[in-house]
Design a protein around this ligand. Structure first.
Ligand code: ADP
Ligand code: ZN
Ligand code: ZN
Length: 732
């Protein structure tokens, strides 16, 4: 008899262990396949993590256990859907992030293969029908039939749907001259193909490449100023690694950066490149995934979850723009692609992780400076192009105010005009979407808020709706205060839509594009906007941080940061770092072509170090200052920081539990854990109820996790409370 040890699809701590079922079917089940099981009287999907064979009968076995064991015969897969290496990594991820193991498997797999009930209805294999000749005997055939028979015989691959004369074909099939056969179809096809001429690496690029290939470390940090040609280095290294018979995994932080990478790599590896990102249909994802699993792929390009691509024989994992926070998932398992990449690389012989950025995270830079990561540098821009000339505009100074505009200073408006006059392009960045930031009643001071999250709703002029930027709640515009009935409502603050409005008023003949996640709600909109702008089909691109990253627009000579200190007003240990990164990356978009670039930074905090160092593109200056502050405040990278979020419909209960938990952790930590909170987050409430956050800072990871595991055991038995653990949280 065969016993299956199965994880149940529900990702709850309370059932984070295998359950046993008897298998009595015909097939031979394997670890790593899914099976349908009955759990608490409902049919759910289980994932097999162990198989035991026993000589005992079911009755004997049950006698021993003391309870009845259910039969599970319906296997859902005919082969394991994860490689053995990934199954080991799943265990490591689950342990490191204190997440239920099943939640890790769910994060690893594409929608059609997830161990969940909803996956069953998702796309399965698509086939294409082909034809082949099985009997060449032409006697008894009409001339038309012979003609078709010879056509099929003479071609190497004939798809059934390419044959126009169906009735003649059907006769040939009925006559057993021809038969159909099925081939798995790949639904995704890359058709944005572009030719690239081979570039010769510069001396500096070549040196980095040689150092990477000729040394033997696990993790490398490539710190290269914007426009220093990091992509070319990646390509050249991947070429060598693939030539040696290994595979390569390339991660980019955002979907918008995949087309460019894809173009570069498709050019070299054609059908051997697979892509994995969230805008593929579930059918496309399924096909790409299976191609990789079946070892038909050499290079995978993708966003965060592609770090789990089932490549075998990995030689390199690249994280481009490693500092970008979208590499961290913010629901369980709250994994960071960088740490998973490092975990995976350990399982392959001589597999290296290459992190690239112009503004590495403090964590990565500190490790590189200490020699934990191998530090590589590109100090010069390609063709010795200079970094843009930058100027900080103090918005507190009335002399800078432009009476024609509430958004642009005199300098910025003049610079836009000059740039447009020269037929060059402008990028304007404001890291806030929507039209205004809130709607306020001028009679009673009431602010219109989201009923779910209790944060101000943002007015969007495009569809004249009020929207919650946290949960997506929308309302039609209102004309009366819901509290006092007054008609005097004001829109406060401004976002990217208003910048667009203002630009259209000030420069009516300029052609303008806007890019933010609202534009991105329609599939492919972002890609087509970026493409149009890089083909110089528009003069001005307005956008949120989305436009600051990675893109190479050769005709852009002016970058304007409309309000650079937006992020500094948010209470976070990382707000300075985020601001510095945004400024540096944004400025880096200017002057990448033959002409010199210029950047104008508008701010109310002109002397803040993240702004002054950002303007100078002085990473080391910023790093030193910020490290000093992190040390004083005992923040990462001097400590590790993690958060525990408790949620309950009952506000008193969640409050009380949060205090008890915090106390318990601190007591167990014996003075080695710093606790902050419990605090109510900015978004106080969600569909699960009221939230409280406890933050912990510590140096001994193992000790902290041991304590947290105990806390999980206690809290998961408590009714009415749900918990979320975010190890190495970014929001601190
Ligand atoms: P980064 O990612 O470091 O900001 P990119 O990889 O986008 O920089 O490169 C900047 C520009 O320099 C691109 O237009 C790229 O085509 C060009 N470039 C890179 N390497 C070379 C080279 N060896 N010779 C000529 N041009 C290059
Ligand atoms: Zn009012
Ligand atoms: Zn909301």
């Amino acid at each position: 008899m065969i016993i299956l040890n199965v994880l149940i699809e529900h990702a709850a701590y309370a059932i984070n262990r295998p359950f046993s079922y008897v298998y009595e079917g015909e097939m031979s089940p394997k670890v790593g396949e899914r099976v349908q099981v009955s759990f608490h009287n409902s049919q759910v999907v289980g994932y097999i993590i162990g198989i035991e064979e026993t000589n005992k009968s079911k009755e004997e076995y049950e006698e021993e256990l003391g309870y009845q064991i259910l039969v599970a015969d319906k296997l859902l897969d005919s082969e394991p859907i994860l490689t053995e290496e990934l199954r080991i990594v799943a265990n490591e991820v689950s342990k490191y992030y204190l997440s239920p193991l099943i939640s890790v498997y769910q994060a690893m797999l594409p929608p059609s293969l997830k161990p969940t009930s909803s996956a069953i209805k998702k796309a399965q294999i698509a086939y294409e029908k082909y034809l082949r000749v099985i009997n060449e005997d032409e006697s008894n055939l009409t001339p038309k039939q012979i003609e078709l028979l010879r056509l099929i015989k003479g071609s190497s691959e004939v798809k059934k749907n390419e044959i126009k004369s169906i009735s003649i074909l059907n006769k040939l099939i009925a006559n057993k001259n021809v038969e159909e056969y099925k081939v798995e179809k790949r639904r995704y096809s890359f058709n944005d193909i572009k030719e690239f001429k081979e570039l010769t690496l510069t001396y500096e690029q070549q040196k980095v490449k040689d150092e990477f290939l000729n040394t033997n470390d696990n993790v490398y940090l490539l710190e290269g100023v914007t426009g220093s040609g990091k992509t070319e280095v990646y390509i050249s290294i991947v070429k060598e690694i693939v030539a040696s018979g290994k595979t390569a995994l390339i991660l980019v932080p955002e979907i918008n950066l995949t087309p460019v990478m894809m173009q570069r790599f498709y050019h070299l590896f054609k059908e051997k490149v697979a892509i994995l990102h969230s805008e593929l249909t579930s059918g496309e994802k399924y096909d790409e995934y299976r191609k990789i699993l079946h070892r038909e792929i050499q290079v995978v390009i993708g966003t965060r979850s592609a770090v789990f691509a089932p490549l075998d024989n990995l030689g390199i994992i690249i994280l481009d723009e490693e500092h970008v926070e979208s590499y961290k998932q913010d629901n369980a398992p709250c994994y960071h692609a960088k740490d998973v990449a490092i975990m995976r690389a350990k399982h392959f012989e001589n597999c290296k992780v290459l992190l690239g950025s112009a503004t590495p995270t403090l964590e990565s830079e500190a490790r590189a400076l200490k020699g934990v990561y191998h530090h590589l540098r590109l100090l010069k821009r390609i063709n010795e192009r200079e970094l843009p000339e930058t100027e900080i505009i103090n918005l507190q100074d009335y002399r800078n105010i432009d009476y024609l505009s509430s958004i642009f200073s005199k300098k910025l408006r003049a610079a836009i005009k000059e740039t447009l006059d020269k037929k060059e392009q402008v990028v304007l960045l404001l890291n806030r979407r929507g039209y205004s930031t809130s709607v306020l009643c001028r009679e009673c001071g009431h602010v219109i808020k989201c009923p779910e999250c209790d944060i101000p709703l943002v007015y969007h002029s495009f569809d004249k709706m009020l929207k919650c930027h946290n949960c997506g709640h929308v309302e039609t515009q209102i004309h009366q205060c819901p509290e006092c009935g007054s008609k005097y409502l004001s829109r406060i603050g401004f976002g990217s839509e208003k910048v667009e409005d203002e630009i259209r008023k000030l420069f009516p003949t300029a052609s303008v594009l806007r890019l933010d996640s609202d534009v991105g709600k329609v599939k492919n909109n972002i890609a087509s906007t970026l493409k149009a702008f890089s083909n110089h089909e528009a003069d001005i691109l307005i956008g949120t941080q989305m436009i600051a990253k990675g893109h190479d627009f050769p005709d852009v000579t002016l970058v304007g940061l409309v309000l650079a200190d937006l992020g500094l007003t948010l209470p976070s240990a990382r707000s300075s770092e985020r601001t510095f990164q945004l400024i540096t990356q944004a400025i880096g978009r200017a002057g990448r072509g033959a002409k010199k670039g210029r950047a104008i930074i508008q701010t109310y905090m002109p002397t803040h170090y993240s702004i002054t160092y950002g303007a100078k593109q002085d990473y080391m200056g910023f790093y030193k200052e910020e490290m000093r502050i992190r040390k004083l405040q005992q923040n990462p990278p001097y400590t590790f920081a993690s958060t525990l979020t408790l949620t309950s419909k009952n506000e008193d209960l969640v409050n009380q539990m949060a205090f008890t938990t915090l106390d318990l952790v601190l007591r167990e930590g014996e003075g080695n854990i710093i606790g902050v909170g419990p605090s109510s987050p900015y978004v106080k409430k969600d569909s699960l109820g009221y939230r409280r956050i406890c933050m912990f800072k510590y140096k001994d990871q193992d000790k902290f996790k041991e304590i947290m595991q105990n806390i999980i055991n206690i809290l998961s038995k408590k009714a009415g409370i749900s918990i979320k653990i975010d190890i190495d949280a970014l929001d601190i």
